[in-house]
Design a protein around this ligand. Structure first.
Ligand code: GUN
Length: 290
């Protein structure tokens, strides 16, 4: 069993980005600048955005964090987005999800200029991805593709089962793994909450991407020997033995699944750190495209 070490791989990628940034600076070119908008004070979102800003510092990017109160109106948020769209200093920016319920998420994501949409959530960029045209790939699926590539996990002709059809992970993952060429050429089954007899489907899978957001959902009896497991879940589970009062659990029951797996991502330290590295990679691309 090989652990797909996202912490180490993301660190390698950040090292590569840092070298590229140093080179840009040496040539007197613009330093990449990522901005993030956080609306409200959801604990997990604050942690994620904080990690993104810290990663910018590490590779030598500029970063700007806009923290807006939870009662920010949709109109005020759209105005902030317009400002970032028009600010030549900012190469790319993200609006951290989820947004408060009174804000229309789709409207917000469509307001981000596609050339600055380093999350790859704008319909223009989703469309380009689906057509296999160069674009910003959404960071989590992009990070998973990078892990599979760097660990040389064969995907061509394999049965891939994706659990969860979110716009951020499941759906783009299914598109990317079925695209032509490496990493891709897989036969993909996209499953979700209405799927019947999921266990019979996962038992046939060579690769499983678990992205449904239910702690320790996928258990050993649901997978075959030699499977590759990508665990996207990261749920806070109450744990009185921890100082924080919680532990982080994936969508995969690591204890029962890992003995049967050839490759498996841990939680934490698997997909999570890769997401941040790929967001930086997209920002570098946004900067160098100009
Ligand atoms: N919330 C959960 N994942 C993501 C992500 O990749 N980008 C943004 N903006 N919000 C998220």
């Amino acid at each position: 069993m090989t652990i797909l070490d996202g912490k180490k791989t993301s660190s390698d990628i950040k090292g590569e980005i840092a070298i590229a940034v140093a080179e840009l600076k040496k040539q007197g070119k613009k330093t990449p600048h990522l901005a993030a908008i956080l609306v409200g004070s959801d604990g997990a979102s604050m942690t994620y955005v904080g990690a993104k800003v810290k990663a910018c510092d590490l590779v030598g990017f500029e970063s700007t964090l806009l923290e807006l109160p939870a009662d920010t109106t949709e109109e005020a948020l759209l105005l902030q987005i317009e400002n970032l769209n028009n600010n030549p200093e900012i190469d790319g920016f993200i609006v951290q999800l989820p947004l408060p319920k009174h804000i229309d998420e789709q409207k917000v994501l469509m307001a981000v200029h596609p050339d600055k949409d380093v999350d790859g959530f704008h319909p223009t960029n989703v469309g380009k991805m689906a057509l296999e045209l160069p674009t910003f790939l959404p960071a989590t699926p992009y990070g998973i593709m990078e892990l599979l590539e760097r660990y040389k996990v064969e995907t061509s002709g394999k049965n891939v089962v994706v659990i969860g059809r979110s716009h951020i992970v499941g759906r783009p993952m299914s598109i990317l793994l079925s695209q032509k060429g490496a990493v891709g050429d897989a036969t993909v089954t996209l499953t979700h909450s209405r799927t019947k007899n999921l266990k019979a489907i996962t038992q046939e899978a060579d690769i499983i991407v678990a992205a449904l957001g239910i702690a320790e959902f996928l258990t050993g009896d649901m997978v075959k020997e030699g499977v590759t497991i990508i665990d996207v879940g990261i749920t806070r589970v109450a744990d009185a033995t921890k100082k924080s009062g919680f532990r982080l659990a994936g969508d995969v029951d690591f204890a029962s699944v890992s003995p049967k797996a050839d490759f498996i991502t841990p939680v934490p330290g698997g997909v999570g750190p890769m997401t941040i590295a790929m967001l930086l990679k997209n920002t570098l691309l946004a900067c160098s495209r100009k």
